[in-house]
Design a protein around this ligand. Structure first.
Ligand code: PEP
Ligand code: MN
Length: 293
């Protein structure tokens, strides 16, 4: 370990790695983040309709995803873009969970929405634009759900750790860190995937670390290869955008995989998972009505 890291991160005592606390497992229903399994979360950028989400949920579950993603409350770069279905979107997510048994991750943008979203979601997603919204982070301290904390697009690793510490100090130690690409001078990709952030975070924090290759790349053709990279550097999982018809998506269609591409990607990852850790296997999600526990 770079000796600089010890002093740099030890002040974030609730989330920093120590000999006594080298790693933590975040339990979401029957899923363990940071354990032996590599957990894939997948689904559309935004919940657009019941049909779109149900179809996607079944496809990603069949391909081995364990968690369904989908934004009901969307932070958009343009004020004119689709802002999400809100409560109706949450109700559709709940139906998809009941139909497939997948756990649900969805974004919370405001502390005012924490209670209602916690009623429907299994994991509360904090987006890149909200990483330093301390009122939100503090409210998530008492929400009773694990938090997926995405790295701010201009945030350092230290700032990400600081935000995780804020949630932990507010009472919630179930935090999953997510590298989703940062702003650099590069314009060929939407963001620059800071792949080194994964082993650095794994070295300095006991929290699970996942990668979002979709928002990092901005183009779907790069998503499978960046996912491989995430596996190889030791990430605990992925969050990936998948849409039944990406050309018609209301948001982030360019970076969304089709069902076939997602299936392919999942199959392609297995040998890389085997390389990294022989006991990290995908556990297929059974499609069973009422499979939610
Ligand atoms: C998303 O997951 O759809 C999203 C908006 O992500 P980010 O906050 O990383 O841009
Ligand atoms: Mn998106």
């Amino acid at each position: 370990m770079n000796p600089k890291w010890n002093g740099q991160f030890s002040c974030f005592d609730l989330v920093a790695k120590t000999d006594a606390h080298p790693r933590s497992v975040v339990q979401v229903r029957n899923i363990e983040f940071g354990g032996d399994d590599f957990i894939v979360m997948a689904g559309p950028c935004a919940v657009e309709s019941e049909g779109q989400l149900m179809q996607t949920a079944e496809a990603v579950a069949e391909a081995g995803a364990r968690v369904l993603r989908g934004g009901a409350y969307k932070p958009r770069s343009s004020p004119y873009a689709f802002q999400g279905l809100g409560l109706e979107g949450l109700k559709i997510l709940r139906k998809a969970r009941e139909a497939t048994g997948l756990a649900i991750v969805t974004e919370v943008m405001s502390e005012e929405d924490v209670d209602v979203i916690a009623e429907y979601a299994d994991i509360m997603q904090v987006g890149t634009r909200s990483m330093e919204n301390y009122a939100l982070l503090e409210a998530l301290g008492g929400c009773g759900r694990p938090v997926l904390l995405k790295r701010g697009m201009t945030a350092t690793i230290e700032e990400l750790m600081r935000s995780a510490q804020v949630i932990a100090m507010a009472g919630n130690l179930d935090v999953i860190l997510c590298e989703r690409g940062i702003r650099t001078f590069e314009t060929a990709t939407r963001n620059t995937l800071d792949i080194a952030a994964v082993p650095v975070l794994k070295a300095v924090s006991h929290l699970p670390v996942i990668v979002d290759p979709s928002h990092a790349a901005g183009v779907r053709s790069l998503v499978p290869v960046l996912s491989r990279a995430a596996v190889v550097v030791g990430a605990d999982g992925l969050i990936v955008e998948v849409h039944p018809c990406p050309e018609e998506a209301l948001s982030d269609g360019n970076q969304s995989l089709t069902f076939g591409e997602f299936r392919h990607m999942m199959a392609d990852l297995q040998p890389f998972l085997d390389l990294v850790q022989t006991d990290r296997q995908f556990r297929p999600q059974l499609l069973a009505a009422g499979g939610a526990d």
